[in-house]
Design a protein around this ligand. Structure first.
Ligand SMILES: [Zn+2]
Length: 151
């Protein structure tokens, strides 16, 4: 399913997000671990994966203008896996999309534990930097492999 080049831990995160198996407040509420599924960021809606990563007012700024088109065409009706399909249909940069989603989830976790976290407007830059670094390392590994086989 994930043919794009992103770190394995982010692929794993994407898989869990699409199968609704992240420990969101909605999931924890369903498992009767906590009393309320309400998003602690906005207090307006149940914190599903789709809400936490995309729909919450407080994460709008994290996506910046880069995914504006996707937002205006979003037909996902509240599920993250549908959002992923929309993004693919519109030929969004899926690597960037997944890394941004992962950074938003990390940010959300840090906020829950009152740890320092990135401001929304830094997320897109951080995602881009992470991808560049990952690609450079992958190319480096490939080149080293090739150099070895040619010896
Ligand atoms: Zn919210």
């Amino acid at each position: 399913m994930w043919s794009f080049q992103i770190p394995n831990k982010i692929k794993h995160f994407g898989w869990r997000a699409c199968t609704e198996s992240l420990p969101t407040l909605a999931n924890l509420h369903q498992q009767k671990v906590i009393g309320s599924p309400l998003c602690s960021n906005c207090d307006k809606a149940s914190e599903t994966v789709h809400h936490a990563l995309w729909d919450c007012d407080k994460v709008l700024g994290c996506w910046g203008h880069r995914f504006k088109k996707l937002r205006s065409h979003d037909q996902s009706m509240g599920s993250f896996v549908d959002l992923v399909f929309s993004a693919r249909q519109q030929e969004e940069n899926m690597e960037l999309f997944m890394v941004v989603a992962w950074l938003i989830w990390n940010r959300r976790n840090k906020m829950h534990f009152n740890e320092q976290h990135l401001p929304p407007e830094k997320i897109l830059d951080a995602a881009t930097a992470l991808l560049i670094e990952f690609h450079e390392n992958s190319v480096g590994r490939l080149e080293r492999k090739l150099a070895q086989t040619q010896r």
